[in-house]
Design a protein around this ligand. Structure first.
Ligand code: C2E
Ligand code: CA
Ligand code: CA
Length: 265
């Protein structure tokens, strides 16, 4: 089994490398909505692998490998360039897509040229800082918090908002939370799934919302699938909502249809 696993890994790694060269990756967009008005406030860019034989492969299947091999750096640069080009075009066309949230792998931050590269991308795509938000997971920040604080501060200094992704799952220390230049907490879907009936999850969700308010941070919940979940979160002060209740992640052309129709749910 060991050899078979190792073999599978090599096969996967080789095809991932080829996929990068052959541009088999596509970016999907999932709406982020103000739950009090049902109006669009932005979107999260999520990558998919359009494999010639396997079809659409979910990131859960290849992001971990891309991270451990370092290929995530090239992959995320592709995702960023694609999504930033897209949102700039929507603004130019007079549409109002809101803020584009993108996932930032910590490996990216360890590249000494990250800030320069990112500024270059903004210039090249014509994307303004206030259109962009970057999401970093709590777990990734906590692998090297001092370094994370340093680079995230540089990102924040150019006017880009930062969100902590999967909040509540990564043992973050409150002392670091205060030091990080973050703007937003993203309540992990693990705490949203069993709302509003599960008392423990309801308490956790409320506690995260209270923590965000007291630290002057905004808060968004992900993985919201039902009206009951949406209502519970909104009533408890988490107005920003992302999840299948509003829409699954969809390709750019489908998102454009939503934008042009005025985004009515
Ligand atoms: P994430 O950043 O926490 O993204 C949210 C995930 O939850 C997405 O899965 C999304 O499709 C899914 N989701 C959204 N709403 C719902 C819902 O109502 N119910 C359920 N059950 N799921 C929902 P996805 O697209 O499969 O991505 C998985 C993870 O892969 C992401 O988790 C993120 O950590 C990573 N990822 C995706 N795209 C990128 C990327 O371009 N770069 C990097 N570095 N990571 C990425
Ligand atoms: Ca995310
Ligand atoms: Ca998340």
């Amino acid at each position: 089994t060991m050899t078979e696993l190792a073999f599978q890994r090599v096969v996967m790694e080789t095809s991932l490398r080829m996929a990068l060269e052959e541009k088999q990756f596509v970016v999907y967009y999932q709406p982020q909505v103000d739950g009090t008005t049902d109006k669009l406030i932005g979107m999260e860019a999520l990558v998919r692998w359009q494999h010639p034989n396997m079809g659409l492969v979910s990131p859960a299947k290849f992001i971990p490998l891309a991270e451990s091999t370092g290929m995530i750096v090239a992959l995320d640069r592709f995702v960023m360039k694609t999504a930033m080009t897209q949102i700039a075009k929507w603004y130019k066309d007079g549409l109002t897509p809101g803020v584009l949230a993108m996932n930032l792998a910590i490996k990216q931050l360890q590249q000494t040229d990250f800030i320069e590269m990112f500024k270059g991308l903004m210039k090249e795509t014509g994307c303004k800082a206030e259109w962009i938000e970057l999401e970093v997971t709590e777990g990734q920040i906590m692998t090297n918090p001092e370094n994370a604080i340093k680079i995230l501060t540089q990102i924040s200094d150019i006017g880009i908002e930062l969100a902590i992704d999967d909040f509540g799952t990564g043992y973050s220390s409150l002392a670091y939370l205060k030091k990080l230049p973050i703007d937003k907490l993203k309540i992990d879907q693990a705490f949203v799934r069993d709302l509003p009936d599960d008392e423990e999850d309801a308490s956790i969700a409320k506690a995260v919302i209270a923590l965000a308010k007291s630290l002057n941070l905004r808060v968004i919940a992900e993985g919201v699938e039902s009206k009951e979940q949406r209502n519970f979160l909104v009533e408890n002060g988490c107005e920003n909502i992302q999840g299948y209740y509003y829409s699954k992640p969809i390709p750019a052309d489908a998102f454009e249809v939503l934008l042009k129709s005025g985004f009515i749910f």
